[in-house]
Design a protein. Structure first.
Length: 200
């Protein structure tokens, strides 16, 4: 694919994220994405002929953006806590549109099951990427630990992103530290199941 075409596809996918976050699924059209991107009418439909293709591109772009922000490697629990707290704050504030778009898709998938497979694939991709970076901290059980962390981390992120209230870094770091330590303990063989930390 030519560089210019790839750049235009990326531009459209980024505009699609902003459009979905602002307009919701009902206002998510090829024309609306054209307007957001500042492109001539018909540009989005030229690259993504159907709404399904456009949504697939949007979901994959969300994964790409998440990967760009993940650190190369995490050394220990405190390193993981610091990086993850920074990411969650960024995702709940400066990059809030990405999370709102994701929530729109998740809600719509309860009514349109065909949206679920790309969302499931995207979640799995992000889990594998995070597990790869946490392996030096957690060891071979990193993928299992990340699966345990996914739901409470999603809850923290949704709480702050939907309220548009930046989380307090120190409080968030404490919550993340508790979640990571809980998830590590949860994976220890023959260990009693610890009480999961409470969400805010």
């Amino acid at each position: 694919m030519e560089t210019s075409a790839l750049s235009r596809r990326t531009e459209i996918a980024d505009a699609a994220i902003k459009t979905l976050a602002k307009e919701g699924m009902r206002g998510f059209t090829h024309r609306a994405v054209d307007r957001t991107a500042g492109l001539p009418q018909g540009s989005t439909s030229y690259y993504y002929r159907t709404r399904a293709a456009l949504l697939d591109a949007l979901v994959q772009r969300l994964v790409e953006l998440d990967e760009l922000e993940l650190p190369e490697q995490l050394k220990d629990v405190e390193d993981a806590v610091g990086h993850m707290a920074g990411l969650l704050i960024s995702w709940a504030t400066d990059n809030r549109d990405r999370q709102i778009a994701r929530y729109e898709l998740l809600l719509e998938s309860t009514r349109r099951p065909e949206l679920r497979p790309p969302l499931d694939r995207a979640r799995k991709q992000v889990q594998l990427m995070l597990a790869a970076r946490l392996r030096g901290v957690i060891g071979p059980a990193a993928e299992d630990v990340v699966r345990q962390l996914t739901a409470p981390l999603d809850g923290l992120l949704m709480y702050h992103a939907t309220l548009a209230v930046p989380p307090d870094h120190d409080q968030l770091a404490g919550q993340l530290r508790g979640l990571i330590e809980w998830a590590i303990d949860y994976q220890r063989p023959n260990a009693p199941s610890p009480q999961a930390p409470e969400a805010p």
